[in-house]
Design a protein around this ligand. Structure first.
Ligand SMILES: C[S@@+](CC[C@H](N)C(=O)[O-])C[C@H]1O[C@@H](n2cnc3c(N)ncnc32)[C@H](O)[C@@H]1O
Length: 230
């Protein structure tokens, strides 16, 4: 479900199990049938695309406060204002928080954010002093959201729409909060000295031949790994 619906899905407790629900369009429904082969579809009331906003709560990760424009930020924080639009990344997902924590431990240098979603990691990195910051994604709504969030936060980010397998611009630090499979494919598309990866659960550390594993941090069963190029 994380791979099919990275923008989010719902877990609903039912008698005898948990139901996973994705709010999607016809193309998303097709992906669901193709992957799972069974399930249940139902029409929902209009406006579901925006109803999640009521649940968009701020998070604090170290020095960073990440929240929507309608919340009051902490006085003592480095403030990252994020309106994700239709893209993934309010900041509250465990994998995003893990990446935000890891970035704060690194020396600020040139950074590439692969799978920028709302731009939350790129904006946070730019505010932490990383420069230049390049953000790429395969989805147009992510490009739109990242450009808008960069402008709202007053930071310069070079935002680019890319295809899933193209060679990406080199940087000192690459951060990629995508799926395990995409992380493993990514190693062949980038040149960097430090790589921060997330987007998968603790039991699945990526195998990256040209990188040495340095450390791992975890939160609620999700994982984030730090690698250095060998
Ligand atoms: C889990 S979201 C992460 C968003 C944000 N970086 C965060 O940490 O909250 C993953 C994003 O990666 C993008 N993506 C997936 N595969 C990709 C690939 N091969 N190259 C670039 N972007 C990719 C998706 O479109 C999605 O916006």
């Amino acid at each position: 479900m994380v791979e099919l619906f990275p923008e989010g899905f719902e877990e609903v407790e039912r008698l005898g199990g948990v139901e996973l629900a994705a709010y999607t369009d016809a193309a998303g429904e097709e992906r669901m049938w193709a992957f799972f082969g069974n399930g249940r579809a139902a029409d929902v009331e209009g406006g579901w695309e925006d109803r999640w906003r009521a649940f968009h709560r701020p998070v604090r990760v170290g020095r960073l406060w990440v929240g929507p424009p309608w919340e009051e930020p902490d006085d003592d924080a480095c403030v990252v204002v994020i309106d994700p639009g239709r893209a993934f990344g309010t900041g509250s997902h465990q994998t995003t928080q893990l990446c935000l924590a890891t970035l704060q431990e690194l020396e600020p240098q040139a950074l590439l954010d692969v799978g920028c979603g709302s731009g939350v990691l790129s904006v946070a990195a730019a505010l932490l002093g990383f420069a230049p910051v390049v953000a790429v994604d395969v989805e147009a709504p992510s490009i739109e959201a990242t450009r808008a969030n960069a402008a709202v936060n007053g930071v310069a980010i070079d935002v680019r729409l890319v295809s899933p397998d193209e060679i990406l611009p080199s940087a000192d630090v690459v951060v990629a909060n995508i799926s395990l499979e995409s992380v493993e494919r990514l190693a062949r598309r980038i040149e960097c000295t430090t790589l921060v990866t997330s987007g998968y659960v603790v039991s699945s550390t990526p195998r990256l031949p040209a990188f040495e594993h340095v450390s791992q941090r975890t939160l609620d069963g999700w994982s984030c790994d730090l690698f250095r190029a060998t």
